[in-house]
Design a protein around this ligand. Structure first.
Ligand code: NAI
Ligand code: SF4
Length: 514
């Protein structure tokens, strides 16, 4: 009997490693013949660790499971899919899952992440095979045609970025996967690396064939130990199988990948400081131009893409651009892995075409707050994203629609707060975060964040609140338009949205901030 016990960090954090060991021990103790597969997560984080048993009726899930329960679960008959208070049934039929359109995450949680055979059996490598067949120009055209835009947050068209690198002259070219997923409430990059690492490898190899790059780096944050291990092992297996190396899938293309581990600076998720860090320097933002596409890693033409952008391309190549392009709304085409966190009943990853409203996502998909109290604020797009009130819940999940409301979807992380949130404290936190994480290269951010934090403190203490709020607004304008990168440039978003949408928290009396 096959038994799936996730290796995903969601599950491991709740004891999945012990659970896997316990079931393995039962093989010896009770003469069972369980084949334990460490799969990725299906994305229903509130049900992790969620195990699945392969039965004649399909895969039956149970969760959340705790360490110490293996014996009792076997006694209860779960190995034949029997009833149990925590029996979930087939994951595909669960409302949270059934409502999704799984494109990039189609294999995540289903396959054994480290089995290339399993990967192939579920459609893997078809995109790379086709890419090699059609050649560089046609690949770039296909990716452009799909409408895919950068999933790191800026939404720049991936095909155009690849075209710039393909046409650039350089002795060497590089593909860099930005896996420094630092935004609060985001974990999609981690999930795909842990649950379907060959998909990222395939996407990077496709980008290599498309642009003439022969070397890839995955810049992976040190806080993701499981992803680091899984990616390294997958790369080594891809080498052994001839997917990577001096003859990619038997072709004349050369492509290698290396994992490099970051040291924990948020700003190293910004592409140019990431490149400096990758070169062994202190991670500090570079001036643009030159664009990394023309002079990136070691001064060479470089594709630097978010993990999800790269991992979306194998399926686009395999199935053709049209199917992808049909999904979504406006200029936001295809699907986006929405990550639900904070005070929500159903936290996890939900892949859907662009266009669902924020209200549908928070109230229906995430099921409202875990505390049962009313939702008050939702921060979309990480610590530099705007806070949206419930009155903006009709905003569709789309790059342009969010920008029109002075917000951003960023890397698509959504953090929900109930009515106990203090928005003045949140606004102060935005400055504090920026002050701690600033790389120090430009004045509006380096000095501005500290002054902003101090001024917020005065407002909290009731010291000339109206005057100080005006100062904050002025400072935010300077930071927004004068900062060199998004860290200083976007800190005004959480601050100004908190002031604009929740003015009652900034009324000028001493506040209840801890
Ligand atoms: P950007 O708009 O300057 O650039 C976007 C991308 O397009 C970059 O890779 C840039 O090099 C490339 N590009 C621009 N023009 C090009 C051209 N003509 N040819 C080829 N490539 C070109 O935005 P930036 O500074 O890279 O990112 C800002 C965004 O990052 C924000 O919108 C925010 O949402 C997001 N963000 C994401 C975080 C995360 O953890 N994922 C954290 C903080 C911010
Ligand atoms: Fe560095 Fe902040 Fe300036 Fe970005 S905005 S370059 S993080 S000092």
């Amino acid at each position: 009997t096959k038994l799936y016990v996730p290796l995903d960090s969601f599950a491991v954090a709740c004891g999945a490693d012990q659970i896997a060991e316990e079931f393995a021990r039962l093989n010896a103790d009770r003469g069972l013949s369980l084949e334990i597969v460490r799969n990725g997560s299906r994305g229903m984080a509130w049900l992790e660790p969620m195990i699945e048993v392969e039965t004649p009726d399909g895969r039956i899930a149970y969760g959340p499971i705790e360490p110490g329960e293996a014996d009792a679960l076997v006694d209860a008959g779960i190995l034949s899919g029997a009833g149990h208070p925590r029996r979930i049934g087939k994951v595909e039929e669960h409302p949270f899952f059934a409502r999704q359109t799984r494109h990039t995450f189609k294999r995540c949680g289903i396959i054994d992440p480290l089995s290339l055979d399993d990967y192939r059996a579920h459609g893997g490598l078809k995109g790379l095979e086709r890419a090699i067949g059609i050649g560089a120009e046609a690949i770039v055209a296909e990716v452009t045609q799909s409408g895919l835009r950068g999933r790191g947050g800026a939404g720049f068209p991936t095909g155009i970025k690849w075209k710039t690198v393909a046409e650039a002259k350089g002795a060497r070219k590089y593909i860099v996967a930005n896996a420094d997923e630092g935004d609060s409430g985001t974990f999609a990059d981690r999930m795909i690396m842990e649950g379907d690492p060959f998909c990222l490898i395939e996407g990077m190899a496709i980008a290599g064939v498309a642009t003439g790059a022969t070397k890839g780096y995955i810049y992976l944050r040190s806080e993701y130990p499981v992803a680091i291990d899984v990616m390294r092992e997958a790369i080594s297996r891809a080498h052994e199988a001839g997917v990577l190396g001096s003859s990619v899938l038997g072709s004349s293309n050369v492509f290698d990948i290396e994992v490099r581990v970051g040291a924990g600076a948020y700003v190293c998720g910004e592409e140019t400081s990431l490149l400096d860090s990758l070169e062994g320097k202190r991670g500090q933002v570079r001036f643009k131009p030159p664009l990394p596409a023309l002079q990136g890693l070691f001064g060479m033409p470089t594709v630097i893409n978010n993990v999800i952008s790269l991992a979306s391309t194998p399926e686009i190549l395999a199935a053709g651009a049209e199917g992808y392009k049909e999904l979504g709304m406006g200029r936001s085409r295809g699907t986006i892995p929405i990550q639900l966190g904070g005070n929500v009943k159903h936290g996890g990853m939900f892949e859907a075409p662009f266009g669902m409203t924020l209200g549908e996502i928070v109230n229906e998909v995430a099921g409202g707050t875990a505390s049962g109290r009313p939702v008050r604020a939702v921060q979309v797009g990480g610590p530099l994203g705007a806070y949206f009130p419930v009155s903006l819940f009709d905003t569709p999940f789309d790059y342009e629609a969010f920008a029109a409301k002075d917000g951003l979807i960023g890397h698509a992380g959504i953090v929900v707060f109930d009515d106990t949130v203090d928005m003045l404290a949140q606004a102060r936190f935005a400055f504090e975060f920026c002050a701690i994480e600033s790389c120090g290269k430009c004045t509006p951010c380096r000095i501005g964040a500290v002054r902003g934090y101090e001024t917020m403190k005065k407002i909290i203490d009731g010291d000339k609140p109206a005057e100080n709020l005006a100062l904050i607004e002025d400072l935010c304008n300077t930071m927004k338009f004068g900062s060199l990168c998004a860290l200083g440039g976007f800190t005004p978003y959480p601050v100004m949205s908190a002031i604009r949408h929740f003015p009652e928290d900034f009324h000028g009396e001493p506040m209840r901030v801890a």
